[in-house]
Design a protein around this ligand. Structure first.
Ligand code: PGA
Length: 247
């Protein structure tokens, strides 16, 4: 089984209007052929325009969430097929801002993952403990529990990644030590192998939470780290490229 191909994905969250496409174009222009797969997940309103702006470049586009159903009376929601139709090939699911802010449980996340697969999207499934859970010594149990609960059996044989994002490291400037990151990533790997057998070894496990150009190289070279999910530092091409170059 070959090592997973690294993935570096930028999560723009609720940021970005038309003029921000300039940043995406600059990222595409700065990518070199041999690097990891690189994606930007803009707000859904920009997916189509970004797909047009990036046509012919290797930069991938992702959504930030999708509904668990394929269509219907869900005012304000977007289906996975809509994201794919607009030009996305990946989707972030189970981000802690959705788990905490919209009460998404592991069951909901798993249903959304199934919907993404039906639409041909590659899920990036997020897991991570809160500071209270870490202080209580529960980080590994929480994270591996989320992996078990959020990854449906339908993922077997398909392309997906898991992003470990400690909630206390998101947008705070705080990061776990490399040893702490490796401990969690190894536990996630063991869980993936338990769930998916040999194929679990080929799943990229991304780290997310305050990744920036100055800490990217150390994090990206840690054991079992197969890429990064980047929030704030993905909004500016120069910073995002600085992280990508850390590989
Ligand atoms: P951050 O966000 O890089 O701004 O900490 C990461 C994320 O939420 O994916």
């Amino acid at each position: 089984m070959t090592a997973p191909q690294p993935l570096i994905a930028g999560n723009w969250k609720m940021n970005g209007l038309g003029p921000s496409l300039v940043e995406a174009r600059a990222v595409a222009a700065g990518l070199q052929a041999t690097m990891a797969r690189v994606a930007i997940c803009p707000p859904a309103t920009l997916i189509h325009r970004m797909a047009e702006a990036l046509a012919g470049t290797p930069l991938l586009i992702g959504g930030q969430d999708n509904h668990w159903d394929d269509a219907g009376a869900f005012t304000g929601d977007l289906s996975a097929a809509m994201l794919a139709d607009a030009g996305a090939s990946l989707v972030i699911l189970g981000h802690s801002e959705r788990r905490a802010g919209y009460r998404e449980t592991d069951e909901v996340v798993a249903a959304k993952v199934r919907a993404a697969l039906r639409a041909g999207l590659e899920p990036i499934v997020c897991v991570g403990e809160t500071l209270e859970q870490r202080k209580a010594g529960d980080a590994l149990a929480v994270v591996t529990g989320q992996v078990r609960g959020s990854l449906p059996a339908e993922l077997a044989g398909g392309a997906f990644s898991v992003a470990y994002e400690p909630v206390w490291a998101i947008g705070t400037g705080l990061t776990p030590t490399t040893i702490e990151i490796e401990e969690v990533h190894r536990a996630i790997r063991a869980t993936l192998v338990e769930m998916f057998g040999e194929a679990g070894k080929a799943v990229a496990i991304l780290y997310g939470g305050s990744v920036k150009p100055s800490n990217a190289a150390e994090i990206l070279h840690a054991d079992e780290v197969g890429g990064a999910l980047v929030g704030g530092a993905s909004l500016k091409a120069e910073d995002f490229l600085g992280i990508i170059r850390g590989l």
